[in-house]
Design a protein around this ligand. Structure first.
Ligand code: AQP
Length: 352
């Protein structure tokens, strides 16, 4: 059965990129898939070990999931560290994946910066833990922003190598399933997960620099719209967003070489759930002095109810903690079933 897994790190204020690129799509997938949505707190240690308020950050991401419309009863919402099988499978994948694969990850290069020798080993191994998150539930689909595409390809490589390396042992235990990989039908234990990426909001850029993605860790708060920003702050940030002096073009091709204009059109399209073409049909020829207020109004109308609901849910800490505890119990049961198979496939002795 198709199963969706995705996660968000509790590393700071959620922003419009996280919402449009990921969380909003999590909500939309609930009708057609079984979904597992995770606050990936172990991942948040990779770039920064000591956090002042990791517990509250974890609760806040959970509140954002719930406020956006994720149903924790029909689906599973939990924080990663409650289910220790994530770390266990990540260790096994550390032994499946090759160092060269990790060294090629652009996110590692970006986040490690020039002083690579001093980056944590966890930052290098991040994609291995991400593969474990996904494959622990044998998830078939993963909705993410475009920045995660390379990590998902690596997840597929890890699944494929595990399936190949252990093919005889998987078959001997009758644990394989037939699956389609490209044109080939293969038998394996782990699925070759499909990313769900795309649409106008797959990559929302910084409001201050159209060449950088909108990010929680950008030091400038003006670079992003936070999920918790009030109406005035949203309007101010959009007003101050970097643009060029020209009017909006009527065709998408006309956005080429205009990253800031393209970004604002993409944000509008994402918020209104329409294509960039449709936005330009309405606003082609319009100056930013007209387009920006329209965008600000749409952002406020879309985001304000979520912020309000987040505040309401966050006030009930017992409820939020209960969701995570219950979700953790349900996730653990699924995760342990997978790990039992994996230990058996590898030959790690365990009670039968
Ligand atoms: N700018 C973005 N546009 C579209 N999608 C985005 N995502 C992140 N930024 C954008 C998607 O949001 C989900 C959760 O991201 P994450 O918090 O787990 O990790 P991240 O990609 O590292 O997010 P940030 O905001 O950039 O955090 P920091 O600054 O801590 O690195 C993912 O699906 C991601 O693709």
């Amino acid at each position: 059965k198709p199963l969706v897994f995705s996660g968000v790190q509790p590393t700071g204020n959620l922003h419009l990129g996280n919402y449009l690129g990921a969380i909003r799509r999590f909500v939309a997938l609930q009708d057609n898939y079984d979904c597992i949505y995770c606050v990936v707190d172990l991942h948040s240690l990779t770039a920064q070990l000591v956090h002042d308020d990791l517990e509250d950050q974890t609760r806040s991401i959970t509140a954002a999931f719930l406020a956006s419309g994720i149903d924790p009863q029909k689906h599973i919402v939990f924080n990663q560290s409650r289910v220790m099988q994530h770390a266990e499978l990540a260790w096994i994948f550390n032994c499946v994946a090759r160092i060269g694969w990790m060294n090629r990850m652009t996110q590692f290069k970006d986040k490690a910066g020039k002083d690579r020798e001093n980056a944590s080993l966890g930052l290098l191994a991040y994609p291995s833990l991400m593969a474990a998150d996904i494959l622990l539930y044998r998830a078939t689909h993963v909705p993410v922003g475009e920045d995660q595409k390379q990590h998902l390809e690596l997840t597929r490589d890890i699944a494929q190598k595990f399936n190949n390396d252990f093919s005889e042992r998987i078959a001997a235990r009758n644990l394989g399933v037939e699956m389609q990989v490209g044109d080939e039908t293969v038998n394996g234990y782990f699925p070759i997960t499909e990313p769900i990426i795309g649409g106008a909001a797959a990559r929302i850029m910084s409001l201050r620099d159209g060449s950088k993605k909108m990010s929680k860790s950008d030091p400038s708060d003006l670079s992003r719209i936070n999920l918790t920003d009030d109406a005035d702050t949203i309007s101010k940030k959009i007003k101050k967003a970097k643009t060029d002096p020209d009017a909006l073009p009527s065709e998408v091709d006309g956005l080429a070489g205009r990253p800031e204009a393209e970004n604002l059109v993409g944000i509008y399209a994402g918020l209104a759930d329409i294509s960039k073409e449709q936005v330009l049909k309405e606003f082609g020829g319009t100056q930013f002095s007209i387009f920006k207020p329209a965008l600000a109004e749409l952002a406020v109308v879309t985001m304000a109810p979520i912020a309000e609901e987040m505040r309401r849910i966050s006030a009930d800490r017992t409820y939020v903690d209960g969701v995570l505890s219950d979700g953790g119990d349900r996730a653990r049961a699924l995760a342990e079933a997978t790990m039992h198979d994996v230990r058996s496939i590898i030959g790690l002795l365990q009670d039968q």
